[in-house]
Structure formats: C-alpha cells, structure tokens
Design a protein around this ligand. Structure first.
Ligand SMILES: [Zn+2]
Length: 341
C-alpha cells in the first residue's frame, strides 16, 4: 500500500519538476512534496508507525530513496534555469569589439578656420582688433574708396560677380579697412579675415571662392620698418619656421609705395610645382603704406596720420602650411580630405 503511494508520488513529482518553467514553480513543488512539516513524503511516513519493524525499515529506505531522487531532480532543474538565464544575458549583452564605437563622431575645425584663429590670436596679442564686414558690398566700398579707378580691369565682369543695383560680391577683404577707418578712426590697428569671390576659371591654384586676411595700422609716423616687422612676426608664427622671403615693388592702387611679398615655395622647396606655377616662389601677400587718397576718402587727414596695410590669401597660406597641392580640395566637402587635419 505505502509502496505504491511512494512510487506514484515520486513519479508524478518528477514529471512536475521536469515540466516546471520557473524557479518559483520548483520551490512550490519542493515545499509541497519535501516540506518538513506537511510535505507529502512526511505525511506518508506518518503511516509507518503501525508497521512491523522489518517493514518499517524497508519503507524507510524507499522513502529516503524517493526523497533523494526528488532533491537531485530539483537541484538539476534549478541549475538548468541558472544556465538559461546566463545564456540569455550573454546573448543580450554581447558586444562586437570590432565595430566602431557608438555615439556621435567627433568633428574638428576646418584647416582654414584653424589658421584664421591662430592669426587672429597673434594680432589680438599685438593690440589689433578683429573686424568683420559684409560679403555683399557696394561698388564704392569695394573699389572707389580704395582708390581703384573706374577704368581698372579688376572691375571687369570677368573678375567680379556683379549683382543688381551696383552691388557685388566683394573681390577682396579691403573694403573692411574702409569700414574700419570710417567707424573707428585713427589710431587704428585692425585685421579683417573673410571670404571673397572672383569670377575665375577654377584650377589647382584658383577658386571662385576663397579666404583672405586684411590688416591695417594707422598711427603717427608709421614706416616701412613697422610693416616689415609685423609681416615677419606673422609669417614666423604661421609657418613655425624660418621662411625665405623676397620683396618686390608692387602696384596696388590703395598703397604707395606698394610691395609684393613672396615666400620660397614650401611644397617644392623652389624646384617648381603646380602651386607655385613652376616658379619656385609663391606670392604670399601684397602690402605697402596706405595711399593718402584712401585716408582722405575715409575722413582721415594724411598730413597727421599714416599707416601700412596688407592683404594675404588665407587659403593659399593654408595650402603652404599643410602642403596641399590643389585648392579645390579645401571646399570639396570630401571627408577623406578633411579628416587628415
Ligand atoms: Zn612649388
């Protein structure tokens, strides 16, 4: 009688353990069958008192065997649950270390912006103000106020993007000098970096849109020596090394005397390449002492004040600094190019 109860309880409990789906269900089975106070096995053992001693020993053995089998089955099933949980966790938290890291990619400043800011910091430390001006200019500010005669070829539609109503896209940053003199007056130390536009056919060294930097110092008794000092200071800071320069007389309507400052090509070292147009020298900037007419047109008395002015191609400077041999890369928007800086 008891034999059968024990066997039935054991086999039905093993079946329930096998089909249990949670650790909580297993625990419920354990309490119900193996519980010390009112578990099913304990209830069965209560009937043993009436048995003969040999019979009691035999049933006791059966009970112990059933109890051990059930405990082993419970433990095995619990470990299966634990292994499952671990496997699911590993599956969910798996990381492929060969993939790029998540999150936004970090950008950086364009090489033109970077050098522009370096030059701005340098000139600010020398007491200069950084000025900004409109990219759409009047013919007066772009040409007339800079002593550029109406017949000058620069005004030709081949060089200038003309807009309606006498406006144009500024062909240089020089009109900011005019605005600076008119609004701030002397003494004046200013630079004006910015974007300029020329109606040019594009090749390795020409772009329709590029960057210039203009500078001016108006004070009493400013000489060419001051000009040379500031130009040398600037070029040393930009190229972080000694550069070979040459000064040539140059004509710009807004300066007198005027100079062209060339540096030995940093890309080919003077042997000739597309950037220096095979000459070995790269025109770096135009400069000179401000023409009295320019001062007068901006309301400054040339008998009392004078000064120097310079304008350089910021874009060309960046090409020299980084050894870029084609100007078209700079505004290509090509990340393969930009990510090198
Ligand atoms: Zn060269």
């Amino acid at each position: 009688m008891l034999d059968r109860s024990i066997q039935e309880l054991e086999s039905s409990s093993l079946a329930r353990i096998a089909s249990a789906t949670t650790p909580e269900a297993l625990e419920a089975i354990r309490v119900e069958v193996l519980g010390r106070k009112s578990g099913a096995l304990v209830e069965i053992s209560k009937g043993m008192g009436k048995l003969a001693p040999e019979e009691r020993a035999r049933i006791g053995k059966l009970l112990n065997g059933a109890k051990q089998n059930l405990e082993t089955a419970l433990e095995a099933r619990l470990q299966e649950f634990a292994a499952d949980r671990l496997a699911r966790k590993l599956d969910a938290e798996w990381v492929d270390l060969t993939l790029p890291p998540p999150g936004p990619r970090r950008g950086h400043l364009h090489p033109i912006t970077r050098i522009q800011r370096e030059i701005e910091e340098l000139f600010v430390s020398l007491g200069f103000t950084v000025l900004d001006g409109p990219e759409v200019e009047t013919e007066y500010h772009n040409f007339d106020a800079l002593n550029i005669p109406a017949t000058h070829p620069a005004r030709d539609a081949q060089d200038t993007f003309w807009l309606h109503g006498g406006h144009l896209l500024r062909t240089h940053t020089s009109p900011v000098q005019v605005r600076g003199m008119q609004t701030l007056g002397p003494p004046l130390r200013m630079i004006a970096p910015g974007r300029v536009f020329r109606n040019e056919s594009v090749d390795a060294s020409h772009e329709h849109t590029f960057y210039q930097l203009e500078g001016m110092m108006i004070d009493r008794e400013v000489s060419v020596a001051h000009l040379i000092y500031f130009m040398k200071t600037m070029l040393t800071a930009i190229f972080r090394r000694e550069v070979s320069v040459r000064l040539r007389p140059g004509f710009f309507p807004f300066v007198e005397p005027g100079f062209e400052l060339d540096i030995l090509c940093l890309i080919c070292g003077g042997e000739g390449c597309p950037v220096c147009k095979a000459s070995g020298w790269v025109e770096q900037l135009g400069c000179g002492l401000v023409h009295p007419n320019v001062l007068r047109m901006s309301g400054i008395d040339p008998e009392e004040w004078n000064g120097f002015a310079f304008g350089l191609g910021l874009t060309r400077l960046v090409m020299m600094r980084y050894g870029i041999d084609d100007i078209r890369w700079l505004q290509s928007g090509d990340l393969r190019f930009l990510e090198q800086f």
